[in-house]
Design a protein around this ligand. Structure first.
Ligand code: GMT
Length: 375
């Protein structure tokens, strides 16, 4: 089967899921064509079954906004024709489902067509997609997809609540390749903390929805009771809030490490004791799953699909969105009880194994086959 994957190339969750899915399919012998504005961050282009097609946007002074979606539709149309693709898989409704629909119309004029799968990832439904300036086109293009999948039950529910969707939505969760989380060799915990200190970690794109100010507030509370350090990985618009916090809390300077984007994320997760995820919205929480695969329990909010991944009292603890006190108390409880921490680390890993790529990839394969069969 020849599959075209349309995705964002950046470190965001949807791009990572699309890339890891495509690479796993390529390893199984599928021919996978990535269509994106840049080479996806984790894509191994040396695999002979993987092809990358860059969407070229020509800039022209007349345009205040360059017409990316037209260039994208054009590229999808060209790749489908040139490489005789069997199926298209759009990751994130905006603009991928819409651009793929347009490409399908171009093909139809020539008496051809191709089935389209759209995977909804989260903010395309819960945040951006609902905005009046996008809503109608998003709803239309989701309904025009031949198969719709969402990454959690919670996102499916939100999609059905916010949009008038006329087709079934299949839930196929995020996944993780546990083989990439082998025992940590040459891992030096002392790079981040002294032997008597615990390591708290947060990984995100530091957008407002991640509530970095709550990560900092939780750490402040925890640090009063437990010797600890906070490691923050990622870059984004709310980075400035961290500096502001340090200006207001100079006693914590040197206790918080901001690492930006890193290549050895798994290694650092494996060195950590607890992962903080107080998000306001989270369709699934891939970052939490990555932490669990690295034996790290999660203290989180109960937003969106997080409770489908982080299990209360088993793999970590959850509290109402915004309840910093509860999340702080849970973290203190966990970090001050070595037995509990050891047990939750094991439980976290067990949970990550349930979401292993080996279990989820066959669901995607079956979904492609069924889509082709129905088409
Ligand atoms: O979390 C982000 O802001 C990135 C975003 C994306 O679209 O790239 O992630 C979303 O998709 C991930 C993969 O399916 C999910 O695990 C994240 O929970 C989801 N983020 C939100 O819903 C905020």
């Amino acid at each position: 089967m020849k599959i075209g994957i349309l995705c964002y190339p950046t470190y965001g969750g949807s791009g990572i899921v699309a890339t890891e899915l495509g690479m796993s399919l390529a390893n199984k012998g599928y021919e996978v064509h990535f269509i994106s504005s840049a080479l996806p961050a984790r894509l191994d282009i040396t695999n002979p079954n993987i092809f990358f097609h860059k969407v070229n946007v020509q800039t022209y002074p007349l345009f205040q906004y360059q017409p990316y979606d037209i260039a994208l539709s054009s590229m999808i149309y060209r790749v489908v024709n040139l490489y005789k693709l069997d199926i298209l898989h759009a990751h994130y409704a905006i603009p991928y489902a819409y651009a793929a629909f347009t490409a399908k119309q171009m093909l139809k004029v020539e008496g051809k067509d191709i089935p389209l799968v759209t995977t909804l990832h989260g903010t395309d439904i819960t945040l951006v997609g609902q905005h009046p300036s996008y809503k109608h086109a998003v709803e239309f293009s989701i309904n025009q997809s031949d198969t719709i999948t969402s990454v959690s039950e919670s996102l499916k529910k939100d999609t059905l609540q916010f949009f008038n969707i006329k087709k079934d939505i299949q839930v196929i969760t995020n996944f993780i390749d546990n083989s990439e989380f082998d025992e940590c060799v040459n891992c030096d915990r002392n790079q981040f903390a002294n032997d008597d200190e615990k390591i708290l970690i947060h990984v995100s794109n530091l957008r407002p929805v991640k509530r970095i100010e709550e990560v900092l507030a939780i750490f402040k509370n925890v640090h009063k009771k437990i010797k600890s350090k906070l490691v923050i990985i990622g870059e984004g618009p709310d980075m400035e809030k961290i500096n502001q916090f340090l200006e207001e809390n100079p006693e914590l300077i040197g206790k918080i490490r901001l690492l930006g984007k890193v290549n050895d994320l798994y290694k650092i997760l494996q060195l950590s004791d607890v992962f903080l995820l107080p998000s306001e919205q989270e369709s699934f929480g891939l970052a939490a799953l990555e932490a669990m695969a690295a034996n790290t329990p999660v203290i989180s909010s109960n937003a969106g699909g997080i409770p489908e991944v982080n299990i209360q009292g088993e793999t970590g603890y959850l509290a109402e969105i915004g309840n910093v006190e509860a999340m702080s108390n849970y973290t203190i409880k966990l970090l001050s009880d070595e037995k509990l921490l050891a047990k939750m680390k094991i439980n976290a890993k067990k949970q990550a194994i349930k979401f292993d790529i080996k279990n989820i990839l066959p669901i995607y394969e079956k979904m492609y086959e069924e889509t082709l069969y129905r088409f």
